[in-house]
Design a protein around this ligand. Sequence first.
Ligand code: HEM
Length: 416
Amino acid sequence: MTPTTMPSLEELDVSNLELWQHGPPHEVFRELREMPGLHWSELGDFPTEGGFWSVVRFEDIAAVGRDHETFSSDRSIILVDKLAPEGEPDPIDISANMLISQDPPRHDRLKSLVQRAFTPKRAIEHTERMREIINLIWDRALEAHPDGRIDLVQDVGIYVPSMVIGDMLGVPREDADRLVDWTNRTTAFEDPRIVPDLGEVWRALEEFIPYVNEMVTERESNPTDDLTTAVIQAEIDGERLSHEEVLMFFFLLMVAGNDSTRAVFTSGIKSLMDDPEQMELVRSGAVPLEQVVEEFVRFHPAFAYMRRTATRDTEIAGQEIAAGDKLALWYVSGNRDATIFDDADTFDVRRDPNPHQGFGGGGRHFCLGAGLARLELKLWIEETLARFPTIEQDGDTERISSTFLNQYSTIPVRVA
Ligand code: HEM
């Protein structure tokens, strides 16, 4: 969308993909943060789905995120409730069973059970395996491209997180590539280059579901020391997850842990390549890597938004909201709110403190994998920079066409 074809703010549909061609429309979000109340968009691409409010200020996002009684996560975390035409199977019917799309008390029961298994200790114990996977993927990329001209996303990014979480769950390494493919096809539903039609999502799920089902069934009778077994065995007051709940959790981890970590890593490395001074700060060790990771996540939150639905008539920032209205919590905007972050549009690894909303705005749905993601990103940056004294951009980037997934599909680099 060029400035001359840009509709006025009142008529603007923030979810119009044309606005997102070069990444999140930060200028639009700045204007929305400055306007009183909240902005309403009609959902241009899904006219039967009604519209939505854009929650764009840091404090408003935090307030909505904490009030799960008024703002429900039930059914869908994206702006639409239905993707498939009437009468056809809909992937949202499946994701609706995951804890990310549930409200308390069911959500809290599921989350406490899985937290028993998915502990920070388990992630830390996986440190050496993660380093190994990161280097294995770099080896593979260099084998395929001995001249060091690599696509950071397609040759490296798409493999590491899915292999790490797959490895923790107990997926054999030889199946990792299939899992990457299924996960990509189930999440990038807005991008016709990856998912030409919804049937593609469904076809991916038709292979993905039986695979996971078989694995979980196998662990039920033959327990091992992997995360899948730990989730099956997690118990509170004698109660465990059902077989279906374990399946749903498996999918959620694969999807939530894969796209997100890859998006943050690849975009963050691009920011370092764009700014040699920042790269030098990281390489020289002047800034702790833990702090670098936080700025990666603030500047490039992997999920541009998560949705909530009002359960009753209410008010946010003086804006009346009716029961049933949808709200998009735009984490991409909260992370650039100048009332919280100095020089918010500048990528600066020295930023500290950095109370970003990249893992959610607080409240019940705060990212379960934040600990794993932080550690994995730290190791990934560390191993990559140690291995390559030079890493520079080597061609034009392309982005995934999506308002939900904030990520590149291609970043050509040259490593030496
Ligand atoms: C840098 C990487 C990551 C980012 C930016 C990220 C971001 C997020 C965000 C924004 C939410 C909040 C959802 C909401 O507000 O409704 C969330 C939830 C969640 N994330 Fe992550 N995530 C990352 C990595 C991971 C990893 C590695 C895993 C697991 C392997 C994971 C598992 C989850 C789960 C299970 C939830 C749902 C929690 C709930 O509903 O209670 N995430 N994540």
